[in-house]
Design a protein around this ligand. Structure first.
Ligand SMILES: NC(=O)c1ccc[n+]([C@@H]2O[C@H](COP(=O)([O-])OP(=O)(O)OC[C@H]3O[C@@H](n4cnc5c(N)ncnc54)[C@H](OP(=O)(O)O)[C@@H]3O)[C@@H](O)[C@H]2O)c1
Length: 308
């Protein structure tokens, strides 16, 4: 079998390779010389000058056995970067983050693929009140059961040009008064999307990462309100910060769930009630020889490129 540690021979299937993180991973793998197959329900070519025929597209839905098997044909490595934040019809957290995650892992094992990187998230908890967080936790367990050597990567909230995180903060700081989740004291450790993509490449190149779990946070943790303050300062805006109790946010989220394209979900609110930082005992970027950026370092580059 071809060895994906050798850039000229590997073919890595990236499920979710068109997403915010997935497309950055694809770019990083291509730059390192690997061949990449983008697998998604609506696969599309990325605008990569350096791709030189290294990218293949495959229509695949992680809910569908045959399309998953097809997407894995001939691959030597797999990355599952499929994302779902709002349930829609049959696309439930259980279907995508549990059953879909297991399907990719099981099929990868059956196909004799040796390397699987499953993207999860910091704070997975089978006892969480959030359906999303619980599904991520069960998804990890199911992946481990069928593919014990999988490497699990748990990023904190991602930032980068055109992200959802800084983009939404830029939008919310347009308001004359900026509402905070609770007192804004939840701690987050935002991680640069490029750093997580570098971690994926590094994992593929380090066989001793097999079977391990890594928590990936940026160089610094911040309270939510301190992130808002930094964004305001950067944008030259002065705003009043208004603490809003979580009970009010939960109520707002329930009302918002009646809207077709809800801007706020109960799962997002629950996520904001818990610190989202790297556990002191976890494997981290440090174990991969990567020094992650801090939000402050990249704020200018990211905010100035945002579209809103
Ligand atoms: N963004 C963050 O701040 C953050 C933080 C921590 C962890 N993560 C994790 O990182 C991963 C990627 O997140 P992201 O923000 O990059 O997501 P994203 O931008 O929403 O991208 C989601 C990707 O998944 C694909 N997808 C969705 N449903 C699918 C299905 N049924 N079958 C196959 N592909 C499907 C999408 O393409 P199609 O719609 O064309 O199928 C797209 O390529 C997720 O596991 C997420 O939980 C993200």
């Amino acid at each position: 079998m071809a060895d994906i540690t050798s850039p000229s021979t590997g073919l890595v299937t990236v499920f979710g390779g068109t997403g915010f993180l997935g497309s950055t991973i694809v770019q990083r793998l291509v730059e390192s010389g690997m061949r990449v197959r983008i697998a998604a329900r609506h696969p599309r070519a990325l605008d990569l000058a350096e791709a030189r025929g290294q990218i293949a597209l495959q229509r695949a839905d992680v809910r569908d056995e045959d399309s998953v098997a097809e997407a894995l044909k001939g691959a030597t490595g797999v990355v599952n970067a499929v994302g779902l934040y709002v349930e829609q019809g049959q696309a439930t957290f259980r279907a995508i983050h549990e059953e879909g995650a297991e399907r990719v892992a099981r099929r990868a094992g059956e196909a004799g693929i040796r390397r699987l990187i499953h993207i999860s998230g910091i704070g997975v908890d089978p006892a969480s009140a959030s359906n999303y967080v619980r599904a991520r936790a069960y998804g990890e367990q199911r992946v481990r059961e069928v593919f014990p050597n999988a490497t699990l990567l748990r990023p904190s909230v991602l930032f980068g040009p055109n992200d959802a995180f800084l983009n939404s903060l830029k939008t919310v700081t347009r308001l004359p008064i900026v509402p905070l989740f609770g007192r804004g004291s939840t701690r987050l450790q935002p991680v640069y999307v490029e750093d997580v993509a570098r971690a994926v490449l590094q994992v593929l190149e380090m066989p001793d990462t097999n079977g391990r779990t890594f928590e990936l946070g940026g160089a610094r943790a911040y309270r939510y309100r301190d992130i808002i303050k930094r964004v305001l300062t950067h944008l030259g805006r002065r705003r009043l910060l208004l603490p809003v109790p979580f009970v009010v946010w939960r109520l707002l989220a329930r009302i918002a769930s009646l809207l077709p394209n809800t801007p706020l979900t109960l799962d997002q609110v629950i996520l904001m009630e818990t610190n989202n930082v790297v556990n002191a005992k976890a494997n981290t970027f440090n174990d991969l020889g990567i020094e992650p950026c801090s939000l402050e370092q990249m704020l200018s580059a990211c905010l100035d490129e945002l579209s809103c």
